[in-house]
Ligand binder design. Sequence first.
Ligand code: NAD
Ligand code: UGA
Length: 428
Amino acid sequence: MKIAIIGAGYVGLTSAAVFAKLGHTVWAVDNNEDKIRLLQKGNVPFFEPKLPELVKKNVKTGRLIPTSDYSAAVKESDVVFICVGTPMLAGGEADLSQVFAAAKQMAKYLNNGVVVVNKSTVPVGTTEKVREIIRKNSKINFDVASCPEFLREGHAVENTLNPERIVVGVDSKRAKKILAKLHEKLPGERVITDIRTAEMVKYASNAFLATKISFINEIANLCEELGANVSDVALGMGLDSRIGKAFLHAGIGYGGSCFPKDTRALHSIAFSHNYDFKLLKAVIEINQLQRKKFLEKVKKSLGNLKGKKIGVLGLAFKNNTDDIRESAAIEIIELLMKEGASVTAYDPKAIANAKRAVSGLRTGAKPEDVAKDASAILILTEWTEFAKLNWKSVKTAMKRPLILDGRNLLNPEKMRKMGFEYVGIGTK
Ligand code: NAD
Ligand code: UGA
């Protein structure tokens, strides 16, 4: 099949590369020309494991064609995907301007019989608005559909090649048939439903996962009061298959380009329909408090932060990515700096992005660099390599051997045996 994918970010580029690998001809369209120039040379402008190999190979064979030219991409395509950003507006609602702009830009080039599929995360009813925009700007026969995306950054390629489920929202037999054919080589359960329901599945999934995280963070806070251990509580709960082990890792709260914005967007959708979504409101508040609570722990251990040297391990919103959007680490560092602390940070992939976001941020070239004369080391991102550090030599370099582990990455007993003061989340 011939496919055009509008928006060559984490979602669009990964889908484009995977569809190309499956044998389709795919145009990856982006209005960021710098990005397209890099992609045309086979280079990926962000860090995502396994994606560069896939992009390079398929650009070389000509099955993946990066371009900023809508007309070349769209005029031959049987299916056009919208994968542009839907960031958060100041009031919490989703900003749909990129989605509507993409619909308008593609309209005059679309083929008769094309299926326009929205993959961006959007409020219920948005795909119908996309249909209206295309209708106003084109005379062709076409269908619209919703295929929400569930990949996780850091695992984008494997998630796209091995999805647990593919949700397809359609309102015509033609779209249903074409999308079944398009996805036929991919594994996973199929959920074929109407367009509005498919749009809702996406927000409900992210809101539920965020709820699990806020729930376990509240249990962690209680564990601290009661002398229990949240990691074992999570294991004891998670082994019940009705609950499941995933997304029960307590920490400094969820971040990233998705959970914070999607929970806020769903809450504001409910609000605009006069529905008070009390549970989701609490999930959002708990997440904000969890970051502040961690800062309070730092202050409790160190007293006044003015002039104190603090080492930070981790800047990305989670491991295996260079993405710092809504990263809890960045917010905590900014709060520490505001209180006068002298912060040196390290991250395996996110230093360049963090330096652009936090002016005056001092960084180390390797993790051990943050330890020199530090009164504490904070672990703010769950990179597994931090667990494998030579902690004995880190301790020697520190002024005070204090670790505040915001991700429960280290073994408290082991660290204490080594002579560290160790403060985790939801542990004694
Ligand atoms: P992104 O910011 O990485 O990429 C979006 C791309 O769209 C950018 O490269 C931008 O230049 C391009 N773009 C914007 N307007 C355009 C236009 N009119 N024409 C052509 N290109 C345009 O975003 P992303 O992380 O890939 O997310 C895209 C959507 O998918 C969002 O709605 C997001 O919520 C959703 N989503 C993201 C993930 C994820 O893990 N990142 C997972 C599932 C769903
Ligand atoms: C998330 C979802 O997991 C994807 O299914 C979804 O497609 C995507 O959002 C999206 O809609 O864009 P992602 O944001 O890449 O994916 O990252 P996650 O791995 O879900 O982690 C999100 C945040 O929660 C991170 O800050 C992570 O550290 C935190 N987290 C995760 C916890 O604090 N505890 C956990 O148990 C799991």
